[in-house]
Design a protein around this ligand. Structure first.
Ligand code: UGA
Length: 429
């Protein structure tokens, strides 16, 4: 099928590339000429496992192309996907100006029937506004359908999630666009659920908020575990074996971050407020998340006492593993707060160091994970990179001034760490 994706961020680029990979002809549009140039030359602006190889392969095969022209994309496609950012405003609500701009651009370029599909995470009832905007700015009397088709991919596992989705949600006002959307997704073996547009939009915010709730729940349980000598991983394993609960997203941590959960939670609370419901439950989810970081910091202060002039090594800067994304990263927040207390930092991340340079000042960037601890008073693990599990613990222990390790991601076994001679503090164990 002939598809256009507007916006080449995480969602747009991965979606466009995977659509091309299964045989569709895809035009990706972005208004940033530098980004488009990089993509045309086979480079990708983000780190995402497998993505670069897939972009190259599909560009070479002629199924995937990049342009700055929305008109070119709209003209040459039957279906236009909107995948532009929906960033937060100061009051927690969503800035929909990119969506509105794109809706107008699409309207201006339409000369025949198009299906306009929203993939960005948007507040419920945005689809109605998009339809109204297209109708208003469309030059000719062209027919169109607006569809809501939220995306559920996780950064770091984006290609895998897109290729093997749990479900595909298609929100429509009429049945007319359904067959075409089913065809787009026919190569992906996943159940398709067709709903009205408002329900589809709500499914996305409700899912993300529920996952954030799951994390805050286990983080609250972690507090109880610490107070009672229980082990949060054992508790999560025991809970997770119940199919109704499930083990995933029950890993205690120093809190969730990233460009989705914090923003989507605030947005959902605001959306509820606008329709007259006080979503107190989600406010607690936010509160637990803030407290989690405070508790972890307190653990560091309680152990090291005065942080001023203490040398601390921090492993991990990305908001999670397998990505170079540092937006709303708990690891970066931790670095800033340690610096505020006067600590001197050496940091390392397998992929996020370049991006971190713009937000972290006066830190030393280490060459590799095993060198980060040299001459430091303690080491902190802030991101759950798999490779950190292979840390040369013997070397790290010897190079630290004191063998103190704070593990914000529970990567190591407490008993084993003690046996190795570490003072080891993790979360909920
Ligand atoms: C999240 C959702 O998982 C995706 O389904 C959704 O499509 C995406 O938002 C989005 O709205 O675009 P993402 O933000 O990429 O994906 O990352 P997650 O894997 O959900 O992790 C979010 C944060 O929660 C990270 O900081 C992670 O370290 C933390 N986390 C995750 C935990 O602290 N504990 C867990 O058990 C799981």
């Amino acid at each position: 099928m002939k598809l256009t994706i507007i916006g080449t961020g995480y969602v747009g680029l991965v979606t466009g590339t995977c659509f091309a990979e299964v045989g569709h002809r895809v035009i990706c549009v972005d208004n940033d000429p530098d980004k488009v140039k990089t993509l045309q030359q086979g480079g990708i602006p983000i780190y995402e496992p497998r993505l670069e190889e897939l972009v190259r392969r599909n560009t070479e095969a002629g199924r995937l192309s990049f342009t700055t022209s929305t008109a070119e994309g709209v003209e040459n496609s039957d279906i236009v996907f909107i995948a532009v950012p929906t960033p937060p405003l100061a009051d927690g609500s969503v800035d929909l100006s990119f969506i509105e701009r794109v809706a107008r651009d699409i309207a201006g370029a339409m000369t025949a029937y198009k299906i306009v599909v929203d993939k960005s995470t948007v507040p419920v009832r945005t689809g109605d506004q998009v339809a109204e905007t297209i109708k208003r700015y469309c030059k000719a009397q062209v027919e169109f359908d607006v569809v809501s088709n939220p995306e559920f991919l996780r950064e770091g596992f984006a290609v895998e999630d897109l290729m093997n989705p749990d479900r595909i949600v298609i929100g429509v006002r009429s049945q007319r666009p359904v067959a075409a959307l089913r065809e787009v997704y026919s190569p992906f073996k996943a159940p398709v659920i067709v709903t009205d547009i408002n329900s589809a939009e709500l499914i996305k915010h409700a899912s993300n908020s529920f996952l954030a709730l799951k994390i805050s729940y286990i983080n609250a349980i972690a507090v109880l575990c610490e107070a009672t000598g229980a082990n949060v991983q054992e508790v999560a394993n025991g809970m997770g074996m119940d199919d109704r609960i499930g083990r995933r997203f029950l890993d205690a941590s120093l809190g969730f971050g990233g460009s989705c959960f914090p923003k989507d939670l605030s947005a959902f609370i605001k959306i509820a407020e606008q329709v007259g419901y006080d979503f107190g439950l989600l406010k607690e989810v936010q509160k637990v998340n803030t407290q989690q970081m405070n508790r972890f910091l307190k653990k560091i202060v309680d152990t090291l006492w005065v942080l001023k002039d203490k040398k601390i090594a921090v492993l991990g800067l990305a908001f999670k593993q397998n990505t170079d994304d540092i937006r709303m990263s708990p690891a970066i927040e931790l670095c800033h707060r340690l610096q505020k207390e006067g600590a001197i930092l050496t940091v390392y991340d397998p992929k996020a160091m370049d991006k971190a340079r713009s937000v972290l000042k006066d830190v030393r960037f280490a060459e590799d994970m095993n060198a980060v601890a040299e001459g430091c008073d303690a080491i902190v693990i802030a991101t759950e990179w798999d490779e950190f599990k292979k840390l040369d613990l013997d070397r790290v222990r010897k190079t630290l001034t004191h063998p103190i390790l704070f593990d914000g991601r529970n990567l190591f076994d407490p008993a084993e760490m003690e046996r190795l001679g570490f003072i080891y503090k993790s979360v909920g164990r």
